[in-house]
Design a protein around this ligand. Structure first.
Ligand SMILES: Nc1ncnc2c1ncn2[C@@H]1O[C@H](COP(=O)(O)OP(=O)(O)OP(=O)(O)O)[C@@H](O)[C@H]1O
Length: 792
């Protein structure tokens, strides 16, 4: 076996691949030299005659060799084959073996070194791998945390989705239930359809004629659509006009304010000028008096001076005579010396008197000069005062003219304001319908169900439209204004405050609140007067009336207000301000139509309503009205208790008659403000009412239907308006139509369980508004008929 190995050249790792058996290819050491090189080197080891150790170096130089385990083992077990005594051959063989063993050892050392080197390399790469691993581990940890967070989010999402799913499931169940009911209905309907099939043939004949009618109606419908388009254009134009008129009104109001301001300053100025004039007049009188006294003094002084002059002349004459006499006497020496002396003394005294008189004259002359000077000054001041007086007189005249002008302008401004205000309201519409949605209350049923009210947000519909969703169907409605559940009492009042002003301007105004029981009618009309921010339309309107009437008082207006409050229950009137409380017996009689008091309604030629025996109070302060409102509320609640009423089943009518007189302009106005909380509407099908309750419900529905008929007829300007069909409409007859203003609030609840009632209310209001949208026009009348049938 040893000889076999010896004779066989060492195999390259490649050539030995199959023959290696259990030794894997990976375990064999590879050297970077090519296979051919190695083969050459190895064959050199096998074939070369190596005799000396120095030959090892030449072997190394031949290139690196590669050994397998078997080859090494074979080499180690190799023995010299020469004969026992052939020492030379043996030595040669041994030398050869040793040589190859050396090569093998050398190779082994190299392999070992490579191993060590590789080990080092592995260590380094292991360390770097470990570092990488740590780094990666950190990254993985942060990633894991992030993923944990995401997972928890997703879990929450899953929970909420589960909830939603549960809700969806429940709604699906509802839908299925609904579907089942619908199926039943459909089956019933199919039965009806079969029976109707027979009728259909008959109807087909009628259809032929109806078709002709339909064609003509379609023509009419087209014309109406065109008319509607033109009306919409007209409406847009009116809106623009309204804006212009509004701007003009604002300007007029500003002008009016500045005029009023000017007027008040002018009045102040005029007053001060008048005061100045009065003091000037007094001064002038004083100056005239002074001048008169000075004149008389001057005259006296002149007279005196003249007298003194005359005296002096006489004295001078006398002295001259005396001097002549003296001369004569002196000539006549013989005259007595005593006489002479006396005469001399007399002459001396006379001369003295004369000089005294001369002094006095000169003094008087000085006084005269001063007096003349004073007179001149007085004259100048008189003429100055006179010109000033004339100036003031002129100014006063001017101011009075301006005052008159201003007052005239003010009156005209006020008239213009009234006209513009009325034009604005007419442009907005003398009949308007507002919708108010109350918030959800804790007592509402179906609180957690889907919402039934939506507010479209398109520019056109915002603030004017409301969608009601019932049984998955969306019903859109448009009104003059829609107040959502957030709307405050102040916002609602702001919209109607102009109507209150109209009542002061002498127009007749009716504001109604209509809606199902609990929809917020009383909250809208009365609110909670004890909480200022929750006061309703009635207290706010009355406050505005008193404030505005006081402001107009400055322009000469004097107002008289009269208030009455009544309710209509089962088509019977009850006076809520009567001092004699109605007894339960009277109420019963009233309800059966045999009341002791018969409140008869009449209308006079001036278009005023009179209700016989109705208590009317003159009111001049908000305090008085508040106490009357309390009295009325108490009377209502007493009435309700006595009649065992569960809720508001009567129409409450608050009426204020306003009479205004302006003495300075001789103007008069007669306005009426009606604020009405209608009885809660109820569907007969829902009420399940019998007996008296059925009678009540029928009476309410009848009067509400009559009211809608009246307003509808007025809106369409029909010749016949059915006022007399109910007490309520007959009572309000003079205040409806013409240039009167009518505003109806339709109050609805967002409670899903009363969506049906809300839909009825909205349809009723849409009929009043006559602008229902969303239902094709041809269906409208049928829908309206349906809604009316459900009331009647
Ligand atoms: N806009 C609102 N904001 C807050 N609460 C409201 C609003 N509207 C109505 N409510 C509340 O809803 C409840 C019912 O309202 P209200 O009594 O005014 O209804 P109603 O239509 O007059 O009912 P009824 O026909 O029975 O007299 C009341 O408690 C009221 O305070």
């Amino acid at each position: 076996m040893a000889s076999r190995n010896q004779n066989r050249p060492p195999r390259s790792p490649n050539s030995k691949k199959e023959g290696l058996g259990s030794i894997s290819f990976d375990k064999r050491r590879k050297v970077e030299t090519q296979g051919t090189g190695r083969r050459q080197a190895f064959s050199a080891v096998n074939k070369q005659d190596i005799t000396t150790t120095s030959d090892v170096g030449s072997i190394e130089e031949c290139g690196k060799v590669d050994f397998t385990k078997d080859e090494v083992l074979a080499l180690l077990s190799e023995r010299a084959k020469a004969g026992k005594f052939d020492t030379k051959a043996k030595i040669e063989q041994m030398t050869d073996i040793i040589k190859r063993l050396k090569v093998c050892v050398r190779w082994f050392q190299q392999v070992d070194e490579t191993h060590v080197q590789e080990k080092e390399n592995f260590k380094v790469s292991l360390e770097s791998a470990e570092q990488k691993y740590n780094h990666k581990e950190l990254e993985a940890k942060t990633k894991e945390e992030e993923l944990q967070a995401t997972i928890s989010n997703l879990e929450e999402n899953v929970v909420s989705l589960h909830d939603m799913l549960a809700k969806e499931e429940s709604s699906k169940q509802d839908a299925i239930e609904c579907h089942r009911r619908e199926k039943e209905c459909r089956v019933a309907a199919e039965k009806v359809q079969d029976s109707l099939g027979e009728e259909l043939d008959k109807v087909k004949e009628e259809k032929m004629t109806a078709n002709q009618k339909v064609t003509s109606l379609e023509d009419m419908y087209k014309r109406l659509q065109e008319y509607n388009t033109s009306l919409q254009q007209y409406n847009t134009k009116l809106q623009t006009d309204l804006e212009i008129v509004r701007a003009a009104l604002t300007r007029a109001e500003k002008e009016k304010a500045s005029i009023v301001e000017n007027l008040s300053t002018l009045r102040g100025h005029s007053k001060s000028l008048q005061d100045q004039l009065a003091t000037s007049r007094v001064l002038q009188d004083d100056a005239i008096k002074q001048k008169d006294s000075l004149l008389s003094e001057v005259t006296n002084l002149r007279n005196e001076l003249q007298q003194v002059r005359d005296d002096r002349d006489r004295q001078v004459e006398q002295s001259r005579n005396l001097t002549e006499e003296i001369g004569k006497y002196q000539e006549n020496v013989g005259k007595s010396s005593q006489e002479l002396e006396s005469l001399i003394a007399k002459s001396g005294s006379l001369e003295e008197t004369c000089s005294l008189q001369t002094e006095r004259i000169s003094m008087l002359e000085q006084q005269l000069a001063i007096a003349n000077e004073k007179q001149k000054i007085a004259d100048a001041s008189v003429s100055l005062t006179r010109t000033e007086f004339e100036g003031q007189k002129h100014l006063l005249c001017e101011l009075q003219n301006r005052l008159a002008d201003m007052e005239h302008q003010l009156c005209e401004g006020e008239l213009l304001r009234k006209k513009l205000h009325n034009t604005i309201l007419e442009l907005k519409g003398n009949i308007r319908v507002f919708c108010r949605v109350r918030p959800l209350l804790p007592d509402d049923g179906g609180r957690h169900e889907a919402t039934v009210i939506a507010y479209p947000t398109s520019t056109e519909a915002q603030g004017r439209s409301v969608d009601l969703v019932q049984s998955g169907n969306k019903h859109p409605f448009t009104f003059d204004k829609v107040f959502n559940h957030d709307a405050s009492q102040e916002e609602v009042f702001f919209e109607i405050s102009q109507l209150v002003q109209s009542a002061l301007d002498g127009y007749k105004v009716c504001i109604f609140a209509y809606g199902q029981t609990g929809s917020g009618k009383t909250y809208t009309m009365m609110g909670r007067p004890e909480r200022p921010e929750q006061k309703g339309l009635i207290p706010r309107s009355l406050e505005q009336i008193f404030q505005a009437s006081q402001a107009l008082g400055a322009q000469g207006w004097k107002y008289k207000m009269q208030v009455s409050m009544l309710e209509i229950y089962n088509e019977t009137i009850r006076d809520l301000l009567s001092s004699n409380r109605t007894t339960s017996m009277e109420l019963v009689r009233a309800d059966s139509g045999t009341s002791g008091k018969q409140y008869t309604i009449t209308h006079d030629v001036n278009g005023h309503t009179h209700v016989s025996d109705l208590t009317i109070f003159d009111v001049s302060s908000i305090g008085k009205i508040s106490s009357l409102l309390q009295q009325a509320a108490q009377s209502r609640s007493v009435g309700k208790t006595q009649m065992n009423e569960q809720s508001s089943r009567s129409h409450f009518v608050f009426t204020m008659r306003i009479s205004g007189v302006n003495e300075s302009t001789e103007q008069q106005v007669q306005g009426v403000l009606n604020l009405i909380d209608l009885a809660g509407s109820e569907r007969l099908s829902k009420s399940g009412a019998t007996g008296d309750r059925l009678k009540e419900t029928q009476a309410i529905n009848k009067s509400l239907s009559a009211l809608s008929d009246v307003i509808f007829a007025l809106a369409k300007k029909e010749d016949h308006v059915p006022f007399r069909n109910s007490k309520l409409t007959y009572l309000l007859q003079p205040c409806l139509g013409g240039d009167s203003k009518t505003l109806m609030f339709v109050n609805i609840s967002p409670d899903p369980s009363s969506a049906g009632e809300s839909l009825c209310s909205l349809r009723f209001a849409a009929r009043v508004n006559a602008c229902e949208i969303g239902i094709p026009r041809r269906q409208t009348s049928q829908k309206l008929l349906d809604s009316r049938l459900s009331y009647g």
